[in-house]
Design a binder for this molecule. Structure first.
Ligand SMILES: Cc1ncc(COP(=O)(O)O)c(C=O)c1O
Length: 401
């Protein structure tokens, strides 16, 4: 059979998995070792000089992590992958591999708070300037390009506004101007969206989310051109030290096998909840890419397989109603992060996006009354019931409808 024609579900199960040549173990073992023994000094020397493939030390590579790199590269349709100890670890490793002092970066204005802080504070301190724009409009990206623009980094859907970036347009802008395009695909996973197919250069994941899928690890993965990924691994991660533990790589190998069925159920639940929210009088506005009311619904349909499982909405009653909602839910869990089996609810203005200055945050559409839900794998009726009961409690107090 031609492996190139395997469907996503088959790739998710089989890619990167090679039965152990000694024992026949079907699943990749956890190579829980910090170092690797050389047969003799020549072998050690050749590996250090890159003349021969093989492992040296787990910060520079580990067989369990190699299997994960192979699986993720296959799922995103890229040449190679690099894995780091967290989403922020891989974002910094990739950006250090691309940028140097004097370069300019363009990014999304409502980007994840720590990514924003990394660009503004950490890269800023090194003399790398970032311009944050509303990347939902390609014109804004084009206008922000300078002579020294080296990279464009976007999230789509963006966190938590659920604004989209037209990936085809972004790919064209990058190619036309010779700028490296990087897309944070955390909200979608490769099952819902494959940015490389639209001409994007590098895909990033906080693998803590849907890639792991069970809320039990922190990790980051990038997929992109082989030479860049080599630089990310053998320069950035080697020297910054944000390497993943073999056990966490193994957890992701396991989690990825069920990615397609998990994503199907996440999205099926999410659209039901998004429609419920849209029909409820206490809700002012719902942001969900596969609702017709989403201003970029057509783009969502073009580049996403399903609408994802992240929903943001504005409650009537502002900040106080939002706070009461989070203290009222009984099944949903008040927590940041996303992509877990459990449904998580949070308040971006006081939590994930609090590092962004208030004026800038509100301008980017992250209002004080915005609530974000990461829809899990529970039964949707139970989740809707939880929201319904909480809305009634809020209405009793604030008389909003
Ligand atoms: C879209 C997005 N990118 C990156 C990150 C950072 O990932 P990590 O927490 O794994 O470092 C997050 C974390 O929430 C995120 O939501």
């Amino acid at each position: 059979m031609d492996k190139k024609n395997f469907k996503f579900e088959t790739v998710a199960v089989h890619a990167g998995q090679h039965p152990d040549p000694v024992t026949g173990a079907l699943n990749t073992p956890i190579y829980q070792t910090s170092t690797f023994a050389f047969k003799n000094v020549e072998e050690g020397m050749n590996r250090f000089l890159g003349r021969e493939k093989g492992y040296i030390y787990t910060r520079l590579g580990n067989p369990t992590t190699t299997a994960l790199e192979e699986k993720m590269a296959a799922l995103e349709g890229g040449e190679d992958a690099a894995v780091a100890a967290s989403g922020m670890g891989i974002i910094s490793a990739v950006m250090f591999a691309i940028l140097k002092t004097g370069d300019h970066l363009i990014s999304t204005d409502s980007i994840y708070g720590c990514t924003h802080a990394f660009f503004e504070e950490r890269l800023g301190a090194l003399g790398i300037e970032t311009t944050f724009v509303d990347t939902a409009y390609p014109e804004n990206i084009k206008k922000a390009i300078k002579k020294n623009t080296k990279a464009i980094f976007v999230e789509t859907p963006a966190n938590p506004t659920l604004k989209l970036v037209d990936l085809e347009e972004l790919g064209k802008i990058g190619k036309k101007h010779g700028i490296i395009t990087v897309v944070d695909n955390t909200f979608c996973s490769p099952y819902l969206q494959r940015p490389l197919e639209w001409g994007i250069d590098v895909v990033i994941h906080s693998a803590t989310k849907y890639v792991g899928g069970h809320g039990d690890l922190i990790a980051g993965i990038a997929v992109g051109p082989g030479d860049l990924m080599e630089k990310v691994k053998m320069e950035s991660i080697k020297d910054i030290g944000a390497c993943i533990s073999p056990f966490n790589s193994w957890l992701m190998l396991r989690g990825l096998k069920t990615l397609p069925i998990r994503m199907e159920r996440h999205c099926e639940n999410a659209i039901k909840i998004a429609k419920f929210l849209e029909s409820h009088p206490i809700v002012d506005r719902v942001y969900y890419p596969f609702l017709k009311s989403h201003p970029q619904y057509e783009i969502a349909k073009k580049q996403m397989k399903l609408g994802g499982a992240m929903i943001s909405f504005e409650l009537k009653g502002g900040f106080d109603a939002g706070v009461m909602l989070m203290n009222s839910v009984e099944l949903m869990i008040l927590a940041v992060s996303l992509g877990d089996t459990e449904t998580l609810i949070q308040h971006p203005a006081s939590m994930t996006h609090s590092p962004i200055p208030e004026e800038e945050r509100v301008k980017a559409g992250i209002t004080n009354s915005m609530v974000r839900i990461s829809v899990g794998l529970e039964h949707p009726d139970d989740l809707i019931e939880d929201l319904k009961n909480s809305f009634e409690k809020i209405n009793k107090k604030f008389k909003l409808y």
